[in-house]
Design a protein around this ligand. Structure first.
Ligand code: GLC
Ligand code: CA
Length: 535
């Protein structure tokens, strides 16, 4: 039976507005630019778009430093442009998800400016985390920001404020009722404007405990919390168990209240997805209990090796853990914070993994440009803008590589993205990766995504759970094949560098690369490729 709720098994396309399409030649993507390309988005076969922040912001952290959460930054347009975008999306039956940032504001938000003026002990400071220095003048504790450097910055009168991210992003104090009320106002503002849901930034971070205690390995912890820092998974997981400022139980109370607010819009089916990278994985399911949020991101595939046991474990665990709270998993191979999947695991592997994941139950998230098979942009250090690069003195390169604007058309950079100079350079080597050139090539990644998403809708959405196919699935380290059946479809991924036989029935629906042959009644799956068969 097909699911009645639109978000349950939706494919959701993440747009980083600054990098999508520039409508006015200033080198930065904007809301009218997104609106102008909605037919392209619709033709991909996705159900919804998630827009990374476009609110008033000094843009120290790509707009995740919000100075006014209820207005549009002039670089992106204005509120009428937002309304028009939503109206045009709805006209095409595309839902719109806004990205809300409740963990922190920009230091340019009027509340923070007021807190600086009002001084120590004031009610203005209570909206943030202001503390006195230790007796020896050091910050209240030794935490390291997720972007590097101390988590504390001192203001003129000697007090320090907490910022888990950049110093321009003071953390909000969620024990303060005004903070709660202001965010409810923001949620209502965007729902009233027409959005269909929210992606909640740092959803696990709002409540802090023990703000005055030290962590035994603050630098290790900061690295472990970054998707763009590679680390042994056991070391990472051990550190993730020790985060003092994430995943406190108090956050769930906030989401229960928000759920009531969403549900009060009867007939609207407002949904919310949590960015909550927590450990152990079972903790993530708490965010999607029946009276909380609708989805929680699964971050495992953003760092997982292309290995059958690793992938088997991720898929199995995510499906079964979500089932304990009656929720469906989410799948994402790339986002604006992580290296692009084609660069991380290889081009063919990225296509194979996408096709493997599109068959699974739950929602699939696609980061704009992933459908083109884009790699990370090659940047000079002088191009970089990510605060992480700046705060670590270039030791961590940061996330700009995944944020290079999309190539649309023509033979020379910036490939139709802008008539001006793009905010990050687009390499001339992307000539064959433009939308235009991929549309002309039936074997392109773009066609693979379009075909796969159409078949997913036709055969797999609402088709229930998966059964691992024992004959072609070993699920052990280094095995060549991983395979499952779902509905009438058998999905076989060949992870190895040579073709492999699989005893799968049915006719070929799609293959991510190469040609599937038949040998002795068995299917021969090409190297680094996934195929779907319909029985
Ligand atoms: C989230 C966003 C990331 C941002 C951070 C701070 O992790 O995805 O881009 O830098 O929050 O807001
Ligand atoms: Ca622009």
């Amino acid at each position: 039976m097909k699911s009645a709720l639109w978000w349950k098994e939706a494919t959701i396309y993440q747009i980083y507005p600054r990098s999508f399409f520039d409508s006015n030649g200033d080198g930065e993507g904007d809301l009218p630019g997104v609106t102008s390309q909605l037919d392209y988005v619709k033709n991909l076969g996705v159900d919804a778009i998630w827009l990374s922040p476009f609110y008033t912001s000094p843009n120290k952290d790509g707009g995740y430093d919000v100075a006014n959460p209820r207005d549009v930054d002039p670089r992106f347009g204005n509120l009428d442009d937002a309304k028009e975008l939503i109206a045009q999306a709805h006209k095409r039956n595309l839902r719109v998800i806004a990205d809300i940032v409740p963990n922190h504001f920009s230091d340019q938000h009027e509340w923070f400016q007021a807190a600086l003026k009002a001084g120590r002990g004031s009610k203005e400071r209570e909206r943030f985390h202001f503390y006195d220095a230790n007796e020896d003048g050091t910050p209240p504790n030794n935490w390291i920001s997720l972007f590097g450097g101390p988590s504390w910055t001192q203001v003129a009168d000697g007090q320090f404020y907490l910022h888990l991210f950049d110093s321009s992003q003071p953390d909000l104090n969620w024990e303060n009722p005004e903070v709660n009320a202001d965010f409810e106002k923001t949620l209502r503002f965007w729902i009233d404007l027409g959005v269909d849901g929210f992606r909640i930034d740092v959803a696990h971070g709002l409540v802090k405990e023990d703000v005055l205690t030290n962590h035994p390995d603050p630098q290790g912890l900061s690295n472990a919390l970054r998707l763009d820092v590679a680390m042994d998974s056991e070391v990472r997981n051990a550190l993730l168990l020790t985060v003092p400022y994430f995943d406190r139980q108090g956050v769930h109370e906030i989401y229960r209240k928000w759920r009531k607010l969403f549900d009060s819009y009867v007939g609207r089916e407002i949904m919310a997805v949590a960015e909550a990278w927590v450990h152990p994985p079972v903790n993530a399911t708490r965010y999607v209990r029946a009276d909380e949020l609708h989805q929680v991101f699964n971050f495992d595939l953003l760092t997982a090796e292309f290995d059958s046991k690793v992938l088997f474990d991720v898929v199995e665990r995510s499906i079964s853990l979500n089932a304990t709270v009656n929720a469906l998993p989410t799948w994402a191979l790339s986002n604006h914070d992580s290296p692009r999947v084609a660069s991380r695991i290889g081009e063919e592997q990225a296509r194979a993994l996408a096709l493997f994941v599109f068959g699974l139950p739950g929602s699939a998230y696609v980061f704009a440009g992933q459908e083109l098979g884009l790699p990370d942009g090659q940047l000079q250090d002088s191009d970089r803008q990510d605060p992480t690069f700046l705060r670590t003195n270039g030791q961590i390169k940061g996330r700009d590589g995944a944020r290079v604007p999309l190539p649309w058309s023509g033979n020379t950079t910036p490939f139709g993205f802008s008539t001006g100079k793009p905010w990050l350079p687009i390499s001339q080597s992307w000539r064959d990766l433009t939308v235009e050139s991929e549309l002309a090539d039936p074997k392109s990644s773009l066609h693979l995504y379009r075909n796969a998403l159409e078949l997913r809708k036709e055969f797999l959405v609402g088709a229930g759970g998966i059964t691992w196919l024992e004959s072609c699935n070993h699920g052990s380290k280094g095995d060549s094949l991983l395979s499952y059946t779902r509905g009438g479809v058998t999905v076989v991924m060949n992870l190895s560098d040579s073709a492999n036989e699989c005893d799968a029935d049915g006719r070929l629906l799609i293959v991510s690369g190469g040609t599937v042959d038949a040998r002795d009644g068995k299917k021969v799956i090409p190297a680094r490729s996934t195929a779907w068969f319909l029985t």
